[in-house]
Design a protein around this ligand. Structure first.
Ligand code: ZN
Ligand code: MN
Length: 478
């Protein structure tokens, strides 16, 4: 029997849109560097250095807080969260903390997704630690561990929800919506490895909470939660107590494993960071941020329905993936046939890429761009090519990047697709094969005989699928 499942999530998203780290001038993009090259005295915590807060990170974190309907305090502060771990060169993380102190950038928000919503408990701006590399294994099995501080000090926004989710699929839907918002705000490229990380906490029947960490991708979050729900239900059905603990997701074996006992909040000995002044977030500043905010997914979906007359469903599918929505609008600007173009994207192109996932092919990896789809739609609208030919063309363009217009004539040119020519050949066949035409109503296999005759008449050049459907049409009319 399934008990009451309550799941909350904690998301760390990197502000990849920033040029520099949160408190120093090292590059924000650390991904292509050799280890420990993107570092300086500040982000490695050398004595006597002072952090200098990145203003753009304040703008970005306020944007996220506003987009998630949070309350933003008039003053926000930074705290030292003290713990000793090799990926943390200062032995404390500069973060925010709001239990009674000076607030973090946002609290008490709400995010709607489909017909559901989740409450946002708080949002805070903080620095990312470095990275540990377990040589020759994982945390338990490697012979030695290396540390790379290139990432240390890059800006993160932590988003914590209330335990409002009842199952893993709902968490996934929430994460997809959140990703789309972050992409639309332009603050985080969610497709970069490790740019959005999700921890979860889960309890059953108001029992003890178990934290799940180390989950690599959104798809893995869903698997980890489903595993954990079954594990906890199995324990409680045998009256075994569920312990409050932190468990790591083992991506290889697809199980959660117990890890070191988690520090309690008081162990971190939070105190106000003395080297960073209190940040004032007054009304005029927040108004200016609000005014420069890009269009968000919900508004964009409504606009797609009104401006392009797309269905709510198709609009939603496009907007779930900002790249796809941008691709759509670029193609429509080249050739204004929104429904046809949306159809190509939703029913054909999407099967070639991962939709709303952080770990799959991106549209920009494909050789096909808005110009291609616009031209393809135009050729179909003008009856220059059949939809069937267009689909085969798409397949080739995905591999070669050729323009559809270049392919007309040479692509499948041996086949006759012109309905007028085909109809004439079919009429001639029907005239000469009257007995077969009469038989066809009671014996469907005769249809193939008629098709064979049409192919013979056109010296094998008739497009068989189009010819067949025209034959069927004609038989139905007879
Ligand atoms: Zn630095
Ligand atoms: Mn954090």
């Amino acid at each position: 029997m399934t008990g009451i499942v309550r799941i909350g999530v904690e998301i760390h998203c990197q502000l990849t849109g920033l040029n520099s780290k949160l408190f120093c001038k090292c590059r924000g993009d650390y991904r292509n560097d050799l280890p420990n090259r993107n570092v300086c005295p500040i982000c490695t915590g050398q004595p006597g250095t002072m952090p200098l807060l990145n203003n753009k990170a304040i703008d970005y974190s306020c944007m996220i807080a506003l987009a998630l309907g949070c309350t933003i305090p008039s003053e926000m502060g930074f705290y030292r969260k003290n713990y000793f771990y090799p990926d943390l060169p200062k032995n404390y993380q500069i973060t925010q903390y709001d239990s009674g102190g000076i607030g973090s950038v946002g609290s008490n928000g709400k995010l709607e997704f489909g017909k559901e919503y989740a409450r946002i408990r708080r949002i805070q701006l903080e620095e990312d630690p470095g990275r540990l590399i377990y040589e020759g294994g994982d945390m338990d099995t490697s012979f030695y561990t290396l540390v790379d501080y290139n990432r240390a000090g890059t800006a993160l926004v932590e988003i914590v929800t209330e335990p409002d989710f009842k199952d893993a699929a709902t968490v996934r839907a929430f994460l997809n919506k959140l990703t789309s918002i972050l992409e639309h705000l332009g603050v985080c490229n969610t497709k970069l490895e490790g740019s959005v990380r999700c921890d979860a906490n889960i309890s059953i029947d108001n029992g003890k909470r178990v934290e799940i960490k180390n989950v690599g991708s959104f798809r893995e979050v869903e698997k980890a939660l489903n595993f954990e729900i079954i594990r906890q239900e199995s324990l409680s059905s045998r009256n075994i107590e569920i312990k409050s603990e932190t468990r790591h997701w083992d991506n290889e074996r697809k199980v959660t494993k117990q890890s070191r006992a988690k520090e309690e909040e008081q162990d971190y000995k939070y105190f106000l960071e003395p080297d960073i002044p209190i940040v004032l977030l007054d009304k005029s500043y927040l108004n200016s941020i609000q005014q420069t905010m890009p269009e968000l997914p919900d508004k964009r979906r409504t606009r797609f329905v009104e401006e392009y007359h797309l269905s709510d469903h198709v609009s939603q599918v496009l907007i779930n993936n900002k790249e796809m929505a941008d691709f759509f609008e670029s193609a429509v600007r080249i050739y204004s046939s929104p429904k046809e173009i949306a159809n190509w994207l939703v029913s054909d192109l999407m099967s070639y890429i991962g939709v709303s996932k952080t770990d799959e092919t991106s549209l920009t990896d494909l050789k096909i761009g808005p110009r291609h789809i616009a031209e393809l739609a135009k050729l179909v609208d003008e009856n220059s090519i059949s939809r069937h030919t267009a689909k085969s063309m798409l397949n080739r363009i995905l591999r070669t990047g050729e323009m559809p217009s270049q392919l007309v004539g040479q692509f499948d040119s041996s086949k006759i697709i012109d309905e007028k020519i085909l109809t004439k050949a079919i009429e001639d066949t029907f005239d000469s094969e009257r007995a077969a035409v009469i038989d066809a109503s009671s014996n469907p296999s005769v249809i193939n005989f008629l098709l064979g005759k049409v192919l013979k008449l056109t010296k094998g050049r008739a497009d068989p699928q189009i010819a067949l459907s025209l034959i069927m049409d004609k038989l139905n009319k007879n």
